[in-house]
Design a protein around this ligand. Structure first.
Ligand SMILES: [Zn+2]
Length: 88
């Protein structure tokens, strides 16, 4: 898999520098909110645009989908379900 070279990549919106950061993202579907925290991403220091490593965005979407399924099974509608990626 190709890796982003942070030193060479810059923001496609404003040309700003990208910085490695751990971010949180919320997803909402049919009134169910799921939150993923601790996702490694590259964030533009100027405009806060978020970039994922190649394939990363798909994995985040997959994780969110899994959480939505879990929320529905657990009948957690109207509640917030969050998942956090922690260091082992
Ligand atoms: Zn930018």
């Amino acid at each position: 898999m190709k890796k982003i070279d942070i030193a060479k990549e810059s923001c496609s919106e404003c040309g700003g520098k990208l910085e490695k950061r751990y971010i949180s993202q919320e997803f909402e579907r049919e009134g169910v909110v799921v939150k993923l925290s601790g996702i490694m991403a590259l964030v533009c220091i100027n405009c806060e645009d978020i970039y994922f490593q190649p394939g990363g965005a798909d994995k985040v979407a997959e994780a969110a989908n899994s959480l939505f399924k879990l929320a529905i099974i657990e009948d957690q509608h109207k509640h917030q379900l969050s998942a956090r990626i922690c260091k082992a």
